[in-house]
Write a protein that binds this ligand. Sequence first.
Ligand code: GLU
Length: 459
Amino acid sequence: MKVTRFAPSPTGNLHIGGVRTALFNYVFSKQSGGLFLIRVEDTDRERSKKEYEEDIISGLEWLGISPDKTPIRQSERSDMYQKAADKLIDSGNAYWCDCSPEDLEEMREQQAAAGKKPMYDGRSRNLGLERSDKTVLRLATPLEGETVVNDLIRGEITFNNSELDDLILLRSDGSPTYHFCNVVDDFDQGVTTVIRGEDHISNTPRQIHIQKALGYPDLEYAHLPLVLGEDKKRLSKRHAATSLNAYKEMGFTKETIINALALLGWSTENEIFSIDELIESFKLENVQKAAAVFDLKRFNWVSSQQLAKLDENGFFEVIKPFMENEDVYEDYPNYKKILLAMRTSKTNLKDIAHATRPFFYELDGYDEKGVKKFLNESLETLTFALEVLSKLTEWNETELDMALIKVRDYFNLPIPKVNQPMRIALVGSTVSPSLGLTLELFGKEKSLERIQKAIDFIS
Ligand code: GLU
């Protein structure tokens, strides 16, 4: 049974890269019937904010990535870290160091001048100093040998211990450092497998040293490839929205977000899946080593596939809040018919909801390109179409399609020359369901009124 954890620092809103890390942790634990835990790493009191913590936890909850136990907060666990520190002091694995920032700066300068890698040189190791308000607690790290990280994705990664200096565990004010809390908590939470971003690889051998000094069992590790923008730089707001909320607001369903994020750095034959199917087929060792490039087009593609999988009621349910944002409610005439007709017009719920607006509200205007390309030259066609349509006694898709054929045949025009100006007249742009259906949905009176308005607009 595997126990994994997602350990966010609440210094910003939930980032989609973080969601992917949480998702892989969640899926991996569930595959073994294990536990998925959350730990809030809020040791940085200045940058950590409660609102970010809430955003992270509620965002994951919305996606269904719920922890199996109540999340823990590092800021509330000082006693545990103090006990672990005492243990390291008693066993001789940690020592007090009183080097001032100036001492350290001078050390670095001398090392740099000698062409050496700047690092703490262990000068206080054997001084037997006592704790004071000027001392930090450091780990006495092995000076020789190697530390091997056995990564489930990358295989063995070897580090020379001589390159790793004596890490600070407690600051001079007594507060524990990130690495120290991280190791103590993984042990205390019973974590078996650490799955996190590649940017943590260099931390791992340092954390292994702390673990070993505390006599904790070894952990499994997997470092996930970074998520990059199309220019191969780390994904940031310059490339695309990065917060989970932004994707939620854009009208991507949770199924879409989970599906699309799982494909960042991992692949499978059947690219459209539910979270349960992901749990069945995911293989951590098949996660790629190379960085994953985020592509919004792919996100949109996954979205259209996921939306297509929903049954009608499922679709009505997920789009409802987006319709309400457009001020359109379920009791509006033809609400469901219009939604079904527009369901595949766009790739996300927000855009679909917005595209239905012309069916419920007056047009704000016509799409400029459409006007230039189709509307301006269509005075005669629209006038004739208006005449033909006004004579119809049955107003349904079949009759309307026949009437449209009649208009085309009369002028001997290709389909778009008749249908596109009509569409612009009705919905303001060239995007609408089949024209016969669009006309049916508008009803006779509204259709004729809009065609007349377009005629007036042209003349
Ligand atoms: N708090 C760290 C971060 O947000 C995570 C560390 C870990 O997963 O071990 O990057």
